[in-house]
Design a protein around this ligand. Sequence first.
Ligand SMILES: *Cc1c(COP(=O)(O)O)cnc(C)c1O
Length: 387
Amino acid sequence: MPRKRLMTPGPTEVPEAALQAMGRQVTHHRTPQFRALLAEVLEGLKHVLRTDNDVVLLASSGTGGMEAAVTNLVPRGGKALVLESGVFSRRWSDICRRYGIDVHTVAVPWGQAIQTKAVEQALRAHPDAVAVFGTLMESSTGTGHDIEAIGSVVGASDALFVVDGISGAGAMRCLTDAWHVDVLVVGSQKALMVPPGLAVLSVSAAAWRQMDRIQPQAFYFDLKLHRAKLAGPDTPWTPAHTLIAGLAESLRLIRAEGIENVWQRCERLAEMTRAGVVAMGLEVFSDRSAAGMTAVRVPAGIDAGQLLSRLEQRFGVKLASGQLELKGKIFRIAHFGLLDELDIIATLAAIELVLDELRHPVKLGAAAAAASLALRESERTLHVATS
Ligand SMILES: *Cc1c(COP(=O)(O)O)cnc(C)c1O
């Protein structure tokens, strides 16, 4: 059995310390010990998300956090602008429609990034939009969005800015408050390196004010019930406190590295991955490839399913396939969480070996060489920048 490398944009590998924390006996959650743990976790999350806003933890996967944002902010019949660029950003529209919200979209072909100008135009056409729903890292296409630029436009309007940072937060630079993000949604099984089951939301004062004006179309996900418990801190329902104990450990690791350094590591791994992909003669799929992951076009004549299953069977490398319209057309390599330089070099070498086995022309070792050069280059740049 080859050693496993989980290189998918969620779930990601969980650090040893977090695994051990989650392996302890279950305790009760209405205790000073749990409140202290929760307080530490909320502080850690504020560091990672670069926010001074309130942070709420929900027991759900990331999509539950998206649903909470929609149902608490936009009333039935209210207007929402959705920035659609792939599977996950389309989910904002699906959730909004399910709750009777009037959805208008700014859409781009998958693999492209939303243009700030288009958001500006849409806001001018829809000044009554309650919220703009965007995506930090559209992980179905590997696109990283310019949330800073889009945020400056949304911040100048009356609309709230809600961002799906489920996989992006902690994998790419995101200054939640400075970039005018009112609500950022994050999932535990991505860059936070814990198992699936927790959603995190940062909530701005403006977002709370909007929630005070409307009745949420939700009960379990009523964020005001969570706000009422934040002073403790406490939670309105039984929290997923085993996962929260794991999260405390992951956050300690992130804080020890420093979130700026985490972003920089992901960026370095992204440069290495792109260099390796190109050196193999393959093509990066996205026009604005994200720091946290790289989507790669499947070369003509190669069966994506066969490529991915051989990678997993022979080398233990688990990559993600394309979803929906992109099934069979791309595969996706994540480079965030616990992953490091040698994981990238190993993965690139494994892809090359499998392509060679499938009789696709490659020069063995070319990708690893290109990635190593990119690594040396990024270290030089870093050295120049810090010396
Ligand atoms: C993973 C992911 C989701 C879905 O989260 P779940 O935890 O599966 O509900 C949504 N958006 C993005 C950008 C993601 O990467």
